[in-house]
Write a protein that binds this ligand. Structure first.
Ligand code: 5RP
Length: 228
């Protein structure tokens, strides 16, 4: 019998996107993240959309996709608490600490995550790391503070660049800019997150330590590995 083809990254994303349905309670309003893995979750959820009352969304892109599937989107201010928040990550470590913001949605992602009792991270195995920092760290900043914040990262040994789209600074859903920072090893994510959050002009740093994942569904060739 010929050996089975290895699963592609997209197939692993689809696998964990569907597995996340197990964490969606009936009659709930849930928090929904942003990105290609979450898109797989939304598409799987759409097949059972009567199961939930609706969702609080972390980006304009996610809102559009939810609405296209007929899923009601609530404003975050209309909902006091969410049972669960489901989102992807750019990196996740064994403690559930993450780097997020590759899709520039980190600020709203952190807001919705903070409203949820449980964060379920869905990721293919390429996102699993022992120490955060290989993926360029996204930081949403007020544009007038960008150059000073770039110098603050340089003092830590990091190199920060303004993220561009079509040759101009990318503008987030919140009207701000993104810096991507390379050259950092984030060994103490909670302390690092608190420190960078304190810098004037930082809107959100893409380290999710205070809003860490409680469960990670990791897509592997052997199937979904659940890490708690
Ligand atoms: C968006 C995010 C995403 O969760 C992260 O970039 C992972 O995306 P993908 O599922 O497409 O790999 O933080 O801001």
């Amino acid at each position: 019998m010929p050996a089975a083809e290895p699963m592609t990254q997209d197939q692993l994303k689809a696998l964990v996107g569907r597995a996340a349905l197990d964490y969606v309670g009936h009659g709930h309003i849930i928090g929904v993240g942003t990105g290609s893995t979450v898109n797989c979750f939304i598409d799987a959820l759409a097949e059972q959309r009567e199961r939930i009352v609706g969702a609080v969304s972390s980006s304009e892109a996610t809102t559009q996709r939810l609405r296209a599937h007929g899923i009601r989107v609530f404003d975050a201010n209309e909902v006091e608490e969410l049972a669960v928040y489901i989102d992807g990550a750019d990196e996740i470590d064994p403690r559930g600490y993450m780097i997020k913001g590759g899709g520039a949605a980190l600020t709203r992602e952190k807001i919705v995550a903070a409203q949820a009792r449980r964060f379920v991270c869905i990721a293919d195995q390429s996102k699993w790391v022992p120490v955060l920092g290989r993926f360029p760290l996204p930081v949403e900043v007020i544009p007038m503070a960008a150059q000073r914040i770039i110098r603050q990262f340089a003092a830590l040994g990091g190199t920060a660049r303004v993220r561009l789209r079509d040759g101009a600074p990318l503008v987030t859903d919140n009207g701000q800019h993104i810096l991507d920072v390379t050259g950092l090893q984030i060994t103490d994510p909670p302390a690092f997150e608190s420190m960078v959050n304190d810098w004037p002009g930082v809107v959100t740093v893409g380290v999710f330590a205070h809003q860490r994942a409680h469960v990670c569904l990791l897509g592997t060739p052997e199937g979904v590995r659940t890490v708690t």
